[in-house]
Write a protein of this length. Structure first.
Lengths: 570, 127
C-alpha cells in the first residue's frame, strides 16, 4: 500500500506531460519484434527450405534408381522372352519346308515340342502367300481363315517378323501372335504364326517383386493395357494417364495418378516391339522415411520460430521495460531537481525577506521598549496603564512577526538535524496531544493505533513533531465536525511507517500533484502554502518517504515511512 | 565587576536601533558608547578599550566577523556578543569559532542581552 502511495506521489511529480508519448512504446515494440523475428526467421526458413529440397532430391534419386533398374531388368526379361519365342518360330519356318509344315501330324508334333521347350505357346499355324491358313494345330478351329486383309499379315510380309499387341481375336482370351515369314528360293514365301498366351507376361511382372500398393504392367504405344493392372484396369483397357515420352532406356517421371496421388512412374519402351513396360509406385509409400524427416523438419522449424518469437518477445519486453524505467527515472530526477531548485530559490527569497524584515522589527522593538521604559519611569503619566497595555501588545506583535520570519528562515536554511534515538509512537502521542482540545471541541474522533513493534529510530524529534503537527493540522482542517482521524503506526525490520487517514473533503488528482509544492494552498487567505512543502523537505532530509492517497469527498491518507537510520543528511 | 562599571561598545549600522538600544541601556545605568560602522568601531576600540562589544554581523564596509577577528587578534580579553538578523546559525557558529562570547537573534529581548553582557563581563573581569 505504501509503495503505491509513493508511486502515486512520484507519478504526481511526474505530471501529465510525460516526455515519451504512450503510443511510442507500442510502435517501438512492434518494430523491434518484427526486426528480430525477421532476422532470426528468414535464415531459419531458408535453411529449412534448402534442407527440405536437397534432402527430397537426394531421397528421390535414391528411390528412383532401384525402380529404374528393376524396370530395365524386367524389360530385358520381356525382350528375351519375346526374342526367344520369335527365334523359335523363325527356326521352325526355316528348318521345315512348306510341305512338311502342311502335314497336320508334323505340325502337332512341332507344337508339342515348342510347348515343352518354351512355355506359353498356345497354337501354331501355317499361312500361305495369299493369307490362307493352310495348316493349324491348336485348341481352336481356325483352318480356312483368310488373313490377307489384316494389317499384321501385310506387316509380316514386309518386315519378315511380327509381334502383335495383345488382343482377344477369335480366341476370346488375351494373347500375342508371333509371325515369321520364310522366303523360298523360288520367290514364294510362307508364314509361320504362333500364339502366345500372356500368362508369362504376368509371371515376369510378378517376378519384379513390387510391394503392395505398387503397380506394374505392360502397355502398347497407344496406351492400351497389355496385362492386367491393379489400379489402371484390366487388359485391353485404355490406360488413364497420358503416355510418357519415348525413351530407349528406363526413365522415371514424377507425376500424379488419376486420383491426385503423387507417384513415381517408371517406364521403358521396347525398341523392337510396340510394348512399353510401366511401373507405378506411390510416392507416399516410397517416401515414408522422407515424410518422417519432413515432419521432424517442420516440427523443428515451427519450434524454432516459436522459440525465436518467444525470445524476441521476451527480449523486447525487457528492453522496453528498461527503457521505460530509465525514462521514468530520468523524468523523476528531472522533476526532483526542478522541485528542489524551486524550493531553494524560494528559500533564498524567504531568507532575504526575513532578514530585511528583522532589522526594522528590531527597530520597532527597541523604540517600543524605550517607550515602555520611559512611561514606566514616570508615575504621573496620564493613562499609564492603558499605554503600557498597548505597548505590550505592540511588543507581542513584534515577537509574532519575529516567529514568522524565523519560521521562514527555518524553512530556507533547512534546519540542522539533531539526531537521537526516538520512538515514533511517543512523538505521535505527544504531538496529537496538542490537538486533543480542538478535536474534543469539534467532536472529532482522533484514534491512535500504535504498533507495539515500533522500535526506536534515529531521527530528529523536533522536526518529526513539526511533520506530524503539519499533517494533523491539515487533517483537522479537512474533516467536518464529528469526523474522524486515524493514526496507525507499523514497525518492521527496516523502519517505521505511519498512516494518518481522515474522512475529510479529500482532493482532486490535480491538487494531489501540487500539495508538496511551496506556496500551493487551498486554504485561500488562511494558509501560507508552506506547511506540506516544509513537511516534504523534512521527511526527505530525515531519509524518509511521504506519499498521499486521496479521493474527493471520501478522505485523504498520508503515509510516511522512516528508516531506522537516516541514509543521508542535508 | 558591577554592571554599571562595564564599558560597553554598541556597533550597528542601523542607527535608530543602536541609538534606541543604547538609550534603554543607559536608562538602566549602563555605560554605553555607540558607533555605526566597523571602521568607527576599530577607532573607538583603539581610543578606549571596551569590556564588551555588542556588534551586528551584517554591516556595510567592515563586517562583524572581520572586526571580531581583529579584536581577538589584538585584544583577546574583550568579549564580543554578535547580533544577527539572519536566523541562520551559520554566521553565529562562525563567530563562536572565532571566539565570540555568544550570538543573539534580532529583534532581541533586552533582558536576554543584559544577561549575556553580565556573563561576558564576568568572564572578562576574571581574565
Amino acid at each position: 500500500m505504501f509503495g503505491d502511495a509513493i508511486k502515486r506521489q512520484l507519478s504526481g511529480l511526474g505530471g501529465s506531460d510525460a516526455v515519451v508519448p504512450p503510443g511510442m512504446y507500442r510502435t517501438l515494440r512492434r518494430k523491434i519484434t518484427a526486426v528480430m523475428l525477421l532476422t532470426a526467421t528468414i535464415p531459419l526458413a531458408l535453411m529449412a527450405w534448402l534442407n527440405y529440397y536437397e534432402y527430397q532430391k537426394a531421397l528421390s534419386r535414391e528411390i528412383q534408381n532401384p525402380l529404374r533398374v528393376i524396370v530395365n531388368k524386367s524389360k530385358n526379361s520381356f525382350e528375351l522372352f519375346l526374342a526367344e519365342r520369335t527365334s523359335a518360330v523363325g527356326f521352325i519356318a526355316q528348318a521345315y519346308s512348306f510341305k512338311e509344315l502342311t502335314d497336320e501330324k508334323d505340325l502337332a508334333r512341332i507344337l508339342k515340342i515348342l510347348q515343352t521347350e518354351y512355355v506359353g505357346f498356345v497354337d501354331i499355324g501355317l499361312i500361305n502367300d495369299k493369307g490362307e491358313l493352310v495348316n493349324y494345330v491348336g485348341p481352336y478351329n481356325l483352318k480356312g481363315h483368310n488373313y490377307a486383309e489384316q494389317t499384321w499379315f501385310n506387316q509380316v510380309r514386309i518386315k519378315g517378323r511380327y509381334i502383335s499387341d495383345v488382343f482377344m481375336g477369335f480366341r476370346k482370351f488375351p494373347h500375342v501372335i508371333v509371325a515369321v515369314r520364310h522366303s523360298l528360293d523360288s520367290g514364294e514365301s510362307f508364314i509361320v504364326r504362333a500364339t502366345l498366351d500372356t500368362h508369362q507376361f504376368d509371371k515376369i511382372i510378378s517376378s519384379m517383386g513390387l510391394e503392395p500398393g505398387s503397380d506394374a504392367f505392360l502397355l502398347n504405344r497407344a496406351g492400351i493395357l497389355q496385362t492386367d493392372s491393379q489400379r489402371f484396369g484390366k487388359v485391353l483397357d485404355q490406360f488413364s494417364l497420358p503416355m510418357p515420352p519415348p525413351a530407349s532406356e528406363a526413365a522415371v517421371l514424377q507425376q500424379q495418378d488419376g486420383e491426385g496421388n503423387d507417384v513415381f512412374f517408371a517406364y521403358a519402351y521396347f525398341p523392337d516391339s510396340d510394348f512399353v513396360l510401366a511401373a507405378i509406385k506411390p510416392k507416399a509409400q516410397m517416401l515414408r522415411t522422407w515424410y518422417t524427416v519432413r515432419g521432424d523438419l517442420v516440427f523443428i522449424f515451427a519450434a524454432g520460430v516459436l522459440a525465436v518469437f518467444l525470445a524476441s518477445y521476451k527480449i523486447t519486453d525487457q528492453l522496453l521495460r528498461r527503457m521505460r524505467e530509465a525514462e521514468e527515472a530520468r523524468e523523476l530526477a528531472l522533476r526532483q531537481v526542478e522541485h528542489s531548485q524551486k524550493l531553494s530559490s524560494i528559500g533564498r527569497l524567504a531568507a532575504g525577506v526575513a532578514h530585511e524584515i528583522n532589522n526594522p522589527l528590531a527597530v520597532i522593538n527597541e523604540k517600543t521598549g524605550l517607550m515602555r521604559d520611559l512611561i514606566g519611569l514616570r508615575d504621573d503619566f496620564p493613562d499609564k496603564e492603558r499605554f503600557l497595555l498597548l505597548i505590550d501588545s505592540v511588543l507581542k506583535t513584534v515577537m509574532r512577526c519575529r516567529d514568522i520570519t524565523r519560521r521562514m528562515l527555518g524553512f530556507a536554511r533547512r534546519l540542522d538535524v539533531t539526531l537521537e534515538e526516538i520512538n515514533l509512537n511517543d512523538v505521535i502521542t505527544e504531538t496529537s496531544g496538542f490537538l486533543n482540545q480542538e478535536a474534543l471541541h469539534r467532536k472529532i474522533n482522533l484514534t491512535l493505533d500504535l504498533d507495539a513493534d515500533v522500535t526506536g529510530i534515529v531521527s530528529d524529534r523536533g522536526q518529526l513533531q513539526q511533520v506530524f503537527l503539519n499533517i494533523l493540522n491539515n487533517a483537522l482542517a479537512a474533516v467536518p465536525d464529528g469526523g474522524h482521524i486515524d493514526i496507525v503506526t507499523r514497525g518492521d525490520a527496516e523502519g517505521v511507517s505511519v498512516t494518518v487517514r481522515d474522512n475529510g473533503c479529500g482532493m482532486t488528482k490535480d491538487t494531489m500533484a501540487c500539495i508538496f509544492e511551496p506556496f500551493f494552498t487551498t486554504k485561500k487567505t488562511k494558509g501560507t502554502g508552506l506547511g506540506l512543502s516544509i513537511t516534504y523537505g523534512i521527511v526527505k532530509r530525515l531519509g524518509g518517504e511521504i506519499g498521499v492517497e486521496s479521493e474527493l469527498d471520501k478522505g485523504t491518507a498520508f503515509t510516511l515511512r522512516f528508516p531506522k537510520h537516516p541514509k543521508h543528511e542535508a | 565587576m558591577r554592571m554599571e562599571d562595564v564599558n560597553i561598545l554598541l556597533v550597528d549600522d542601523e542607527r535608530e536601533f543602536t541609538a534606541t538600544l543604547a538609550e534603554r541601556m543607559e536608562l538602566r545605568g549602563l555605560t554605553v558608547r555607540c558607533v555605526y560602522s566597523g571602521e568607527e568601531a576599530l577607532k573607538e576600540i583603539g581610543a578606549d578599550k571596551p569590556d564588551v562589544v555588542v556588534m551586528d554581523v551584517m554591516m556595510p564596509g567592515l563586517k562583524g566577523l572581520d572586526i571580531l577577528r581583529h579584536i581577538k587578534a589584538t585584544n583577546p580579553e574583550i568579549q564580543v556578543i554578535l547580533l544577527t538578523g539572519q536566523a541562520g546559525t551559520r554566521d553565529g557558529m562562525e563567530g563562536m569559532k572565532l571566539g565570540a562570547f555568544d550570538y543573539l537573534l534580532k529583534p532581541l529581548e533586552l533582558d536576554a542581552l543584559l544577561g549575556k553582557i553580565a556573563e561576558a563581563a564576568a568572564i572578562g573581569g576574571k581574565a
